[in-house]
Design a protein around this ligand. Structure first.
Ligand code: ADE
Length: 231
């Protein structure tokens, strides 16, 4: 089982995705576990009425040293959150070196299928720090030797969706997460056009037909056609 630990200031933002379909089943079957940590609970100011809108919440951001626009996520709440997760783990076993700590950034190392497979194979616990604002105090990365990961060449509002992308992709690699039908689907190969009933789809007075070879029943020919289509 892989346990994903997500540190975020929006602890419910991923609830719906995690409570449907394959990821729901994977959690139920104890193949993966997802634990969410509300970063504000690790802030010193937790019980201070800092701002009227932040009644019982702690501050987790501050202005950048040296000036500049935006806010930076402070190191201390993040350090406390990560440390608390690591401590729980350490008590249990020597899990620590099987724990990976990931920070998200648009300029991090590009996440791909190879990293997904490797993470699934190597780690029992994956801590995902979902930053917001203009970034995370650089000392967090240094202290925990965290890896900075990007999910693509675009800038998102925060690390929550990247965290979800990693969970989805890594979970697919865990044995038993995909059912037999879904695995077959996977084996069919990426990039090969798929068709299902009906044989003819009509749209704006035009017919769109299934390639004849797929209806021929000739498995050798179908295989050849698929090979020709695959990218
Ligand atoms: N945070 C903002 N944009 C991101 C991206 N593309 N990948 C990972 N983290 C991000």
């Amino acid at each position: 089982m892989i346990t994903f630990h997500i540190i975020t200031i929006f602890p419910h933002i991923l609830d719906s995705y995690l409570s449907e379909s394959i990821l729901k089943r994977a959690q139920k079957n104890k193949l993966i576990k997802v634990k969410i940590y509300d970063l504000r609970k690790f802030s010193k100011d937790k019980h201070k009425k800092a701002r009227p809108t932040e009644q019982s919440f702690g501050r987790v951001d501050a202005k950048p040293y040296g000036g500049g626009p935006g806010m930076v996520m402070q190191a201390e709440p993040l350090i406390k959150a990560v440390a608390s997760i690591l401590k729980i783990k350490n008590q249990k076993s020597k899990i620590k070196n099987k724990t990976k700590i990931i920070l998200f950034s648009p300029v991090g190392k590009q996440f791909d299928s190879a990293s997904s497979r490797s993470f699934a194979k190597k780690y029992k616990d994956i801590i995902l720090i979902a930053g917001r604002y203009e970034g995370i105090d650089a000392r967090v990365k240094k202290i925990f030797k965290a890896e900075e990961v990007s999910i693509g060449p675009y800038v998102l509002m925060g690390g929550e969706l990247p965290a979800m992308v990693l969970i989805d992709s890594i979970s697919r690699q865990v044995k038993g997460v995909l059912g037999s039908e879904e695995s077959l689907e996977d084996e069919r190969g990426l990039g090969i056009p798929a068709y299902t009933r009906p044989e003819t789809v009509r749209y704006k007075d035009k017919n769109y037909k299934v390639p004849k070879v797929l209806l021929s029943g000739d498995h050798k020919k179908i295989e050849e056609w698929r090979k020709g289509q695959s990218k």
